[in-house]
Structures are given as C-alpha cells and as structure tokens.
Design a protein around this ligand. Structure first.
Ligand code: WTA
Length: 655
C-alpha cells in the first residue's frame, strides 16, 4: 500500500467568502478548532452533549458508549426516542405550516407538503401498517419511485418501529427478491410505476416477479401507490392500493418508543464478495450523525434555507439527506423525480431558480455530464439564491470542481466535498464551510469527533504524504451496528484482526497532504464506483456466469469521463469464442441479462470475449492485468507467473 502514489498535484485553495463566513454556524477557524479540541479531550462527553442538545428524548439516556462488546458498539443505550417524532412532531408547535417538502415530478408538476400535512400522512400510513399487523422490529421493503410517498413510507415505519429497507427502484426482480428474502420482510410498499426522463418505469410487476423467488413467502401484503395509472395485476388478499389502505385512518398515530440502539433501517450495499450486505443502522446514533452534519457541513438555516439533495431514497444519501436529516432540523427541502438531463440539461439550474434553492447537493457524475451537455447553460438561469454547494459519491476531479464553483456558485458559494459511506451513516470527512479553506479534489478534514487516520497493513499511522488505508479509530454514533443476520461478516469486513479488531476499515485508500487534508484515492477492494454507486465486481460476474452460454467472467473498471468508472467484462463462453456479428449479438444479450439480474446500472459498458482469462499457475485471475488491458494500456508488469501469457494479446482488442 505504501507505494500508492498520488498523481494529483492540486495546489489551489479557496477561502470561505466573508459574507458566508459572517453568518456560518461554525464561523471561523477558532470556533472549529475549539470543537475539535472538545472532542479530542472528551470523546464520549462531546457526543453526549450534542445528543442531549439536538435530539428530543422520550427517556433521556444516562449511558453514553458501551465498548464492552467491541466492535459491536452501543451509544446512548438506555435512552428512548422516536425518530419520526424528532423529524416531524417537534416542529409542529412553531412551524406546522412551514413547507417540509417541495416535490417536483418528472413532468415538472410541483406539490408542496407542510410539516402538519406530512405528520398527518405519516400517521395515517403508520396506523394502516399497524392495523395490518406490522409491529416493532418487523421488516418492510420500500420499492418506490422518488416521491413524497416514499418519504412518508420511511417515516411511517420509523413511527411504528418497523425496520425499513429501501430498495432502489432501478434494481431488478432478482435483486429485490434476494433482499426481501434476506430481510424476511412481512410487507412491501411499492407503486404501479414511476417516471424517469419521460419514460414509465414499471415497479409493481417487478415486485410480483420478485415474490415468485424462493424464501419470499414471508411477505403477506403489498401496498401499491398509484402513481402512473400503469396497468397492474392485483393479487387478491395480498395486494392493496395505498389509497384504500389509508382510507379512514386517523391522522394521529401514537409513536412507538424505541431504544436508541433499536434498528431504524437496513440498507443493502455491494461488497467485494458474495451477496449484498444488509447495513444495519441504529435509531439514536444515526439520527445524531444526520443532524450534526446538516448543522456543521450544510450550515443549515432551517428558517431560510431551501435544501436540495438530488439523491434517490434508494441510496444512503437519500436516507440521511432527504428522508431524515433535513426534516430533523425542520428544513424546507426539494425532492425530485426524474433525471438531470430531461427535458433538457438545464433542469437542475431551472429548478434551483424556480424553488430558490440555497443549498444544492449532488454527485460529481451529474456535474460532469452537465458540463458536457452545456457548460454555459447555468448562465441562462438566476442562481443567486444559492449559498452552498456539495458533492458526494466519488472523488470530484478538480476541473469539475472549479466549473461548479465558478459557473454554478459564482465563486461565492463554498463547495463541501463530503466523504462518507452507507456504513458511516453521515459525513465523516468534509469541510466545515465557514471555517476551513477548500482545495479542489480534497474532502478536507475529519469532522469534530471523527478520528480518521491513514495507516499501513499493521495499522500504524502513516506520515502525511504517504498513501494507505483510510480508517476511523474511535467509534462514532452514526456507524453501522452490524450486517443484518451476519455479525461475523461485519467483524471481518470492517474490523479486521490485523488492525486490532476495533478500528473501522473503510475500504478506501487515501493520503494526507502537509496540511493534514485528506485525498481519497479509490477503493482497496473489488468494488467499482459507477456514477457514484457502488457495485461489486463479484455480483456482476455471478450474474454473467449464470447465463447458460457463459463459462467464466471477470469484471473490472476503467476510467470514464462522466461515470467515473465504466464496467468492462472479460467473458469466456462454454462454446467457441464468438466473432463479428455473433460477438455483437451476444454482447447485447449479456448486457440485457445483467440488467435483468441486477439492474440497468450494472450493465457492462464493454464485453470482450476470450478463449481464456489470464491466470496464475494457482488459477487466480490476474485482475491487475485485466485492468491494464481494459484501459487500453500496454502490459509492462512481469507476466512470468502467468499460466497462459498468450491470452493477453487476444484480450487486448476491444470488441
Ligand atoms: C466513495 C455514498 C471520494 C468512496 C455516501 C466510499 C467518495 C464510497 C466520496 C461509499 C467523496 C463517497 N470523495 N470518494 N466525497 N463520497 N465516496 O456507500 O469510495 O454509496 O467508500 O455511500 O463512495 O459509497 P456509498
């Protein structure tokens, strides 16, 4: 690891604009430094104080952190709360009529929901779920398009203590079925269909197919929100329309009081091997992470901000910064159904103008695609409402950073490049924008109370300038508690014995510059980052190999201008290697196959057929070589350990 070298030399740095700094929640380096010092002096006391200040507890906690079962940490573990009460009810006395959600649909239709209305809708659905027999601790799958109802569904589960697991609406029946079976869910909430870029995306038929898979008979009911008047087949005694489900339900719903450690949700994410991992989050610690990052990183001003995070609720970003964080602070936020490039590449900029968005949080891949489609388009819109910009999902290349800063932020708005993960629940390394200067491509420094470090294989801290494993040394409230049904995998993946068993291994490599700023260099495992979404190469390979014609497959990433990484699959067929038209036909077939098995985001961009794959004499596929071939590079590594060096020539030709 220590030979990982950074090729990026970025020396520009940007200081907070005085106007921004003057009103920032953390104003200036001294304030920031004092937070860091408080956290360093008394780690648990620091977090306990914030938890008391920022969360409404039904029963206040007296215990802060239990490390006795490390790495199974517990925070605030004799306290009781309800997350939905913290996100909704506590704002009603003062701000019942404040807009909570501004929903803009794919076709541009806008719908506003106040905190009072959100409360009533969440309560009605909560009551309906209870009447249907859903109890505290039961699992509910949410497979919905971006909508007010998706947020209502998540909040309703939180209200009655059911554990939700949102599955992104782009996942296939097979992926959905596996998640339903793993979570042993009793109920699925879905919609007939959703809209994306003018197209109708069917959802309910996918649920029907998923429920034909093994071990899914745990599901007793399917609630279907009618969004698109898309024809669906309703199964008697199992399926019910959302509108009928909530009819006549009271708009008051007694919250279930939850222990701080009771799970709030499970969210499946890709790992390097095997099936997706069910990342399990807590109620109290998770909520605290979402709240503090809204306050520190997004500099949230609930009374005046219009917050817009463009993520889908199917990802962690849509959990922490759509469904929970902004609501917990009583913010007004925009929710968006659709894609940034439809009806044209001005969609984001027009929405910022129309809704007077102050805080805009999106993915580098979206920024890159919008630069390509219209670098000067933002100039046609009034973006003067903006005061803060943010990015997440992958490192942002300095060129895109500077464009975002100048063309969208008019050199006035700080950019917060936020490093975090599904597993960390909330931002870990990110600028506190009124206090820190930023550098394009760096996520800057760990937040107060987050002890991030860069280490070697033995866990020794590396000096600034050297690349190594990114770790977090001390437990923090918003971290995952375990993997659903798989505590051993949790321990082995995130708290490996080599690092002492209590240090969190993020799975990314990083280095620090002389100022202690962190620069993320990429994943250390076989996980691709395609358009800001994590995909396990293993999952794509298994999908390919499950096709009757395929004998063997290896998947690697190659750099891609817009998506970050593109997927290249090297495939060996059971029959002879196809050529010409036959190869093209099979490529198309295999791409669709992967689309069906996993979802469209996992479709390989390129498929190369070979008679074999490059392997060591012990039979291990040499992925390093495949990565070089995928990029179109020359192999200059030593190939003497290779069983079949001749194969490299054949695989070097793009199909
Ligand atoms: C990558 C998304 C560089 C990283 C919240 C991480 C980033 C993975 C950044 C988590 C960033 C996320 N700079 N890399 N600002 N943000 N990543 O679980 O590799 O979907 O481990 O969570 O995305 O992806 P996940």
């Amino acid at each position: 690891m220590s030979h990982i070298e950074s090729i990026l030399h970025e020396n520009r740095s940007f200081h907070p604009h005085p106007e921004f700094q003057a009103s920032a929640n953390v104003a200036g380096p001294e304030h920031h430094q004092s937070l860091l010092e408080q956290a360093a002096a008394d780690h648990t006391g620091f977090w306990a104080e914030l938890a008391r200040q920022h969360i409404d507890w039904h029963k206040p906690f007296t215990q802060v952190l239990d490390e006795s079962q490390a790495p199974f940490y517990r925070w605030f573990y004799d306290g009781e709360l309800n997350v939905s009460v913290n996100c909704i009810d506590r704002h009603l006395a003062q701000h019942a009529n404040r807009t909570a959600l501004i929903f803009e649909a794919d076709d541009g239709t806008v719908n506003r929901v106040t905190y009072q209305q959100l409360h009533d809708q969440v309560s009605q659905l909560g009551n309906a779920l209870r009447r249907q027999g859903v109890r505290k601790g039961d699992r509910v799958i949410i497979y919905m398009p971006m909508s007010v109802e998706a947020v209502v569904a998540m909040q309703a589960c939180a209200r009655i203590g059911a554990i939700h697991s949102v599955v992104f609406g782009g996942f296939s029946a097979k992926s959905l079925g596996e998640r339903i079976a793993d979570a042993q869910a009793c109920l699925v909430i879905t919609a007939d269909a959703g809209f994306r870029g003018g197209k109708t995306i069917a959802l309910k038929p996918v649920v029907d197919e998923a429920l034909n898979m093994p071990a899914t008979d745990c599901v007793r009911h399917v609630v279907v929100y009618q969004r698109a008047r898309h024809p669906v087949n309703m199964v008697e005694n199992r399926d019910i329309w959302w509108q009928d489900f909530i009819a006549g339900m009271p708009s008051v719903c007694e919250p279930e009081w939850m222990n701080a450690e009771d799970p709030l949700f499970i969210l499946y994410t890709s790992g390097s091997t095997g099936t997706p991992k069910g990342v399990q989050h807590s109620s109290g610690g998770y909520l605290l992470g979402a709240i503090m990052s809204m306050h520190w990183v997004f500099d949230a001003k609930p009374a005046s901000d219009v917050f817009w995070c463009t993520a889908d609720v199917g990802w962690i970003t849509g959990h922490s910064y759509v469904a929970y964080g902004p609501l917990a602070l009583g913010m007004t936020e925009v929710i968006f159904e659709g894609i940034p490039t439809w009806p044209d590449a001005g969609r984001f900029w027009r929405m910022i103008q129309d809704h007077k968005v102050t805080t805009f949080y999106t993915a580098p891949t979206a920024i890159r695609s919008l630069i390509k489609l219209g670098a000067d388009l933002p100039r046609q819109y009034d973006l003067s409402s903006l005061r803060l910009l943010g990015t997440v999902g992958e490192p942002i290349n300095p060129e895109a950073w500077v464009w975002f800063h100048e063309e969208v932020g008019h050199s006035r708005c700080p950019i917060v490049d936020t490093w975090w993960q599904t597993e960390t629940g909330s931002h870990m390394i990110a600028p506190v924008p009124g206090a820190l200067h930023t550098k394009p491509g760096s996520c800057t420094r760990p937040l107060p109370g987050i002890h991030a470090d860069v280490v070697d294989e033995q866990g020794n801290s590396l000096p600034h300038g050297e690349g190594g494993y990114l770790v977090i040394r001390r437990p923090f409230p918003s971290q995952l508690r375990t993997l659903w049904n798989n505590p051993e995998r949790f321990r082995a993946t995130y708290f490996p014995a080599e690092l002492g068993g209590t240090t969190y291994l993020a799975g990314d490599s990083a280095h620090r510059d002389q100022e202690g700023y962190f620069w993320i260099m990429g994943r250390i495992d076989d996980v691709l980052n395609v358009s800001g979404h994590r995909l396990g190469t293993m999952e794509i390979e298994s999908a390919l190999v499950s096709h009757p014609a395929v004998a063997e497959a290896a998947v690697v990433g190659k750099p891609h201008d817009v998506k970050g990484e593109a997927i290249v699959a090297f495939v060996v067929l059971k029959g002879p290697r196809p050529e010409g038209e036959e190869a093209a036909r099979l490529s198309a077939e295999l791409r669709n196959w992967v689309g069906q098995e996993i979802g469209a985001i996992a479709k390989p961009d390129e498929i190369r057929f070979g008679d074999n794959l490059p392997k060591t004499r012990s039979g291990k596929i040499m992925r390093r070589l495949l990565r070089t071939l995928a990029k179109g590079g020359e192999i200059d590594q030593d190939v003497s350990t290779l069983e079949n060096p001749a194969i490299l020539q054949q695989l070097s030709v793009a199909g």
